[in-house]
Design a protein. Sequence first.
Length: 235
Amino acid sequence: MALLGGCGERRETHTREGPDELSALGGLSQMLSFRYVADSGEDETINQVLEIDNISRSSLVPVLMFEALDKDRRVLHDVEVETVYGSDRGALVVPQGQFYDVLRFSGVGQEDVVDVRVTVGSVAMTRLPASQGEFEVTTQAVDGRGRDMSRFERFAGVELTNDNDFPVTVRVVYIVWDQPDEGDTQQAVEVAPVGGLTVVPAGSTETVKVTGAAKAAVARSSGGPAVSIKTFYSQ
């Protein structure tokens, strides 16, 4: 495993593997660095973001592990760290350049988290060469007839638009956010996948239906103050 720090420790790597394992993992893990941003200070931006820099020429698929840290950089052992996009389970494809995941904290002491320590458990090159593009895939909530709706309404599908000149492969999630007290960070309290792995054709659109857990989440939270529809590259 390769250990990389959170804020202020980009690309500082400590390894404990043997030579063969280090050669396989260390080369790719050295291509990744991380920074935890609790709150960017800008309005309408996501809190508890893990920024991931990938300086390789390939899209990478990491499996990350996390330890929550307090203001004195002590490990909060009773705090569990989960991810929204799945970088802790190999679901997130990180393109060349920069992408991000969103972290969720639970357990005793979760309000004391100010940083995270990131451990790279494994990392591989993506199996899908066209996982990412110059343009982000945009989302639009739609009704059963494909007409535009607000994400705060009880929508039936999500229209994905890919302005790149090649297909991209993504997953979609519906996120319900909490309403924190002033000074606290906003956290995802519910994350429901919308459909499955979806290929969006070059310069085209694809509509994913809202079913199952996502349909139930939309029914519960429609009209609420804080929901998002997000896509991320996956395989």
